[in-house]
Design a protein around this ligand. Structure first.
Ligand SMILES: *Cc1c(COP(=O)(O)O)cnc(C)c1O
Length: 391
């Protein structure tokens, strides 16, 4: 590809999946065409985000939504919204959150490196619960009463990181938070597919939900979604948009930003550094419509077909299918760790999923593989991998 060749950058074979460090996924030509068209005309960014909000409300069932520059950006904006609400003075003060509720309660077992984005808003994380079941010492994790016991007048929100194993259940946390008039901010970045999660997670009543757009949705690499309660989404977008204008000429779309709720025009907010471009917004919406319309089993069948083609090209390697929302191939190898590095250092560089290396297994994720990659991937795997049985 000449843009990369001109820069002296060699494309890789991505059998890892849509991770940020390997540049996300591959955009469909429909998405890139929509982005190219969007790039050729200027619009008012508030109008574009208001239109996005209508699409996101239809697809997620939430009251409102915005397109963000990734799920992590959505967490920053969502946290800033929970802190500042619709108060321009608080918005201007962030990330200094002294003088108003600034604590986010989080279950200790849900802490992860992405909550840096929440802390960047000025929020202070307050951990609760002992993840006993992870230590093998017990069977329990945090319980709703432990969250309730940590609520004080300084509490601003509850941060919830959703995985299929998160405890306590999201619905219980939402019910408890709402009894205390507190919002719940959900990191659901990687919880797609299934596509039904687009509706069911906001459907729990969670006040703000962040999804990644650059993962399975197959949107632009630097895209995400923040959807939820109308007033909080209004706060989030106010802290994201360029507001270098004056109150009287400012005429934002009232369904996204109700000017009458504000005492004045906020200055550029903490989320201004998480700016998003018009091409990215249009690209995400185009990809999301496609993602939401494709049945999960059809998507999985597409991926499985690619894996089976790889299997046919390397009949001497015994791949094992790992079914799941995204089907994977596992390849157990006597030299798994060495093979991973050798494939990565080869020409072209091949990136596999390392998450099962401790079991001496290489994982192949089909989501970012191109058809043309398969013969090269097959021959490199055959050359480098020593099957476990020959150990
Ligand atoms: C991927 C991920 C993020 C970040 O998503 P981006 O869209 O890359 O910003 C945040 N939280 C979790 C749990 C993730 O898996």
């Amino acid at each position: 590809m000449s843009v990369y060749a001109d820069l002296g950058v060699t494309p890789i074979i991505n059998a890892k999946g849509p991770s940020t460090r390997v540049s996300g996924g591959l955009l469909s030509p429909l998405v890139t065409a929509a982005m190219a068209e969007a790039a050729g005309l200027c619009v008012d960014m508030a109008d574009l985000q208001a239109a996005a909000s209508r699409v996101l409300a239809r697809i997620t069932g939430a009251e409102a939504g915005i397109v963000t520059s990734g799920a992590a950006a959505g967490l920053l904006l969502g946290a800033a919204a929970c802190l500042a609400r619709l108060d321009p003075a608080r918005m201007a003060q962030l990330p200094d959150a002294t003088g108003f509720p600034n604590e986010f309660i989080v279950v200790r077992s849900q802490r992860n490196a992405y909550d840096h984005a929440v802390r960047a808003s000025g929020a202070r994380l307050v951990e609760v619960g002992l993840p006993d079941r992870y230590a093998g010492a017990g069977i329990r994790d945090a319980e709703p009463w432990e969250i309730a016991a940590a609520i004080t007048p300084a509490t601003a929100a509850i941060l919830y990181v959703l995985t299929p194993h998160s405890q306590p259940p999201l619905a219980a946390v939402v019910a408890l938070a709402h009894r205390h008039n507190l919002p719940v901010l959900v990191d659901a970045a990687a919880q797609l597919p299934p596509a039904s999660n687009l509706r069911s997670i906001p459907g729990t009543g969670a006040d703000l939900v962040a999804f990644s757009g650059g993962k399975a949705v197959n949107g632009p690499q630097g895209s995400g979604i923040l959807c939820g309660r109308r007033d909080l989404i209004m706060s989030a977008i106010l802290q994201n948009l360029d507001l270098d204008l004056d109150w009287h000429s400012w005429n934002p779309p009232p369904d996204l930003i109700d000017k009458q709720l504000l005492p004045g025009l906020p200055v550029n907010g903490i989320g201004r550094s998480a700016k998003i471009g018009k091409e990215t917004i249009v690209g995400l919406l185009t990809a999301l419509e496609r993602f939401a319309a494709e049945p999960d089993d059809a998507r999985a069948a597409r991926h499985l077909h690619l894996l089976n083609q790889l299997g046919d090209l390397a009949p001497d390697l015994s791949f094992t299918l790992r079914p799941g929302a995204v089907p994977l191939f596992g390849l157990s190898a006597a030299n798994a760790r060495e093979a991973l590095v050798e494939l990565q250092n080869g020409q072209p560089s091949i990136h596999l999923d390392p998450s099962a290396l401790d079991n001496n297994t290489l994982l192949i994720n089909p989501t970012c593989l191109r058809h043309d990659d398969l013969p090269i991937l097959a021959s490199r795997l055959r050359a480098v991998v020593i099957p476990s049985s020959k150990q």
